[in-house]
Design a protein around this ligand. Structure first.
Ligand code: C5P
Length: 446
């Protein structure tokens, strides 16, 4: 387990003594996919972090993990059927969800998501999901083509509109031999997401009457304080994220390995902090974070235009991995093989969006750039700070082989270089980097 993940996982909400006295309850629904084996590790981590967990196993989930494993790890009986007389007398299926602070579906299969989006209730899992008003977090995992299918994406949009929270899948090699988005995030990352969701639902409420929730976890805490809990309220934060695609012909383009995850996490964290957020996103397969206004673009030129259109902004965080070059001209038809060597591509430099924003008459008050470096991180970052006339550079070390590098991965180690000094944040989940960065921005603007 990486260092940063470990710290976050073990301190999700409150000091350990408080958590022992007033633990959070997770109802974990395990769907039928190869990733179900990761649910076993997730259960162990949830309990280790001081929460309790009760499992509902779908019929197809039971093809991948056994109720015995889940019962042993969770320390609780596992529920699989709607038609258990014993359950109905001792623990009705409505009660199952009522006693939970959060329902987590992990892995959430395409089939489960489709049933939820359609309001189908034909087994224990889908029935209690339809009957509950407890917050629900879905963690999808499936074959890349199933994930990208229009039906799945439509169902996800519907579910998000219905208030279901969705943790996007990772990108990478899949059990089915394909590559792309659809992998279940690692259990440590799912636990970190559960912790942050519980933290935010504790602030915003769950929709249940307090009497139904048991003791109020906020008892004894100071009242909700907008300045502390929503420190960026009233601020406009502009974020760029993802790669850009520079077309060569109608079917080919120049691209890079940026996943967009770090920028999306920053947009989500800024929205959580109360900011009005505009996210200018290159081509990525990530759901839009709640409360964020997203503008999709393809090329660097389109990204620059969208950034200028979004001004004025109080803060701009340029996380996108903008292609340095575009083709000089784009072929109108697919370029054909001709037996001989292809004609060389003529490239032209793209505008530097960050540097242009620094010179813009509506320059944001706080302008933050990112830098991907493979060596002499701090030194190169300081030079970039000057060259681009921005206020901070967040530099990350992208050295390492494909698949293990920060680029496209879930973790990040960063140097924050400002005009007054450098901070180093060792390997953290990208979500945690985002939260810390937003906290630092809030302090700066306070
Ligand atoms: O020059 P380099 O690509 O290393 O700079 C990285 C920073 O500059 C990032 O913040 C990136 O979003 C921004 N950038 C940009 N426009 C470009 C190239 C980089 O905004 N054409």
């Amino acid at each position: 387990m990486v260092q940063g993940t470990c710290c976050l996982a073990l301190s999700p909400l409150a000091p350990k003594s408080d958590r022992m006295a007033n633990p959070k309850h997770i109802l974990l629904i395990i769907g039928g996919g190869i990733a179900a084996y990761k649910a076993a590790e997730l259960i162990r981590l949830i309990r280790k972090s001081g929460m309790t967990v009760r499992c509902v196993l779908t019929e197809s989930g039971a093809q991948f993990v056994t109720p015995m494993t889940l019962a042993a790890l969770s320390g609780n009986e596992v529920h699989s059927t709607l038609w258990s007389l014993k359950d109905e007398t001792e623990m009705g299926h409505i009660q199952l969800s009522r006693e939970a602070d959060l329902i987590v579906i992990c892995p959430a299969t395409a089939n489960l998501l489709a049933k939820m989006a359609g309001g189908i209730a034909d087994d224990l899992a889908t029935t209690l999901l339809l009957a509950t008003d407890t917050p629900v977090l879905a963690v999808p995992a499936m074959n890349v083509r199933m994930w990208q299918h229009a039906a799945t994406q439509r169902n996800l949009s519907q579910l998000q509109a219905d208030g279901i929270m969705v943790m996007p899948p990772d990108e990478g090699d899949m059990a089915c031999g394909e590559f792309g988005p659809g992998r279940l995030p690692e259990p440590e990352a799912v636990l970190a997401k559960i912790s942050s969701v519980l933290e935010s639902t504790a602030l915003t409420g769950t929709g249940l009457a307090q009497s139904e929730l048991g003791p109020n976890p906020l008892d004894g805490q100071p009242a909700f304080a907008p300045d502390r809990h929503r420190p960026l309220r009233g601020k406009h934060v502009l974020v760029t994220a993802g790669p850009t695609h520079e077309p060569i012909d109608p079917v080919r383009y120049i691209a890079n390995r940026s996943s967009g995850r770090q920028g999306f996490a920053i947009a989500a964290a800024a929205a959580d902090a109360g900011a009005q957020v505009t996210l200018v996103a290159g081509p990525v397969h990530l759901p839009t974070p709640a409360g964020v206004m997203r503008i999709d673009v393809e090329t660097a030129i389109e990204m620059e235009q969208a950034v200028h259109d979004a001004l004025p902004a109080d803060v701009a965080i340029m996380v996108a991995a903008v292609a340095d070059w575009r083709t000089d001209s784009q072929a109108g038809q697919k370029i054909k093989k001709q037996g001989a060597a292809p004609a060389p591509l003529k490239l032209t430099e793209n505008p530097d969006i960050l540097a242009g924003l620094a010179r813009h008459e509506q320059r944001p008050g706080l302008l933050i750039g990112f830098a991907a470096e493979t060596e002499k991180i701090a030194e190169h970052a300081k030079a970039k700070l000057e060259k681009k006339s921005c206020d901070w550079i967040v530099a990350n070390d992208v050295s390492g082989p494909v698949g293990e590098s920060v680029m496209g991965g879930t973790d990040n180690s960063v140097h924050i270089v400002t005009r007054t000094g450098t901070e180093i944040w060792e390997r953290l989940l990208k979500m945690e980097v985002a939260r810390r960065l937003v906290a630092k921005i809030s302090e700066e603007l306070a």
